[in-house]
Design a protein. Structure first.
Length: 214
């Protein structure tokens, strides 16, 4: 269970702190609470992962060296568990090389101890703004994802080939079906994706992260 928490609404930003140093957790938690953020603190990654996190804009302040585990390994776990909140590392002066690795793996910032209060507040503000933008984009894409999920497996194959630029005859050859069959599937793809043209379909596929086949 978290050691420090406040009641938060779904719209309030939450800062999660994972650090095995009680004094650091207390200091950082008090600072962030003082400027109005919701705060949850944890002494280990396991307790953080076990916590039921509300659906809210958030970021993670993570010590790069935790007792018995590596913050970098925990960062990889976050990716594996599909946790997309921005990660801000706090490090000792001897951890610069590790911090560079963390940034390459997707961390948004790192602060070397000792750091000024305002440095942390600025970094947290930027991380929360980044997560807010991500959440807004995910919300905008939700209807489009629903459309894509309605496609059958064959229709998805046709979509991938259409956005690659292949003609119906070429798609038929690639899939081993008739051209009339391709036309039918293509029509269903356009209808289900609510697309009136191939460029529009290409744009929507790009928004969903679907890449043309080489």
């Amino acid at each position: 269970m978290p050691e420090r928490s406040v009641s938060v609404s779904a719209r309030q930003s939450i800062v999660y702190i994972v650090d095995d140093d009680l004094a650091m957790r207390t200091t950082l938690g008090s600072l962030l609470l003082s400027v109005g953020y919701g705060v949850e603190t944890f002494e280990s990654s396991a307790s953080f992962l076990a916590f039921a996190r509300p659906d809210a804009t958030s970021c993670l302040v993570l010590d790069i060296r935790l007792r018995g585990e590596s913050g970098l390994a925990f960062q990889r776990d976050c990716h594996r568990f599909d946790l997309h909140m921005p990660i801000l590392f706090i490090t000792g002066h001897g951890d610069v090389a590790m911090s560079v690795q963390a940034m390459k793996a997707g961390a948004v910032n790192f602060l070397a101890k000792p750091f000024r209060d305002q440095e942390l507040l600025d970094a947290v503000h930027d991380a929360l703004a980044l997560d807010s933008s991500r959440r807004a984009r995910e919300q905008r894409l939700k209807p489009l994802r629903t459309c894509y999920q309605r496609l059958s497996s064959r229709e998805r194959e046709v979509l991938h080939l259409v956005i690659t630029g292949l003609l119906n005859k070429q798609i038929a050859g690639a899939l081993g079906v008739s051209e009339d069959c391709v036309k039918l599937h293509r029509s269903q793809v356009m209808k289900k994706m609510d697309s009136r043209s191939v460029p529009d379909l290409v744009r929507k596929a790009k928004d969903l992260g679907i890449k043309p086949r080489c």
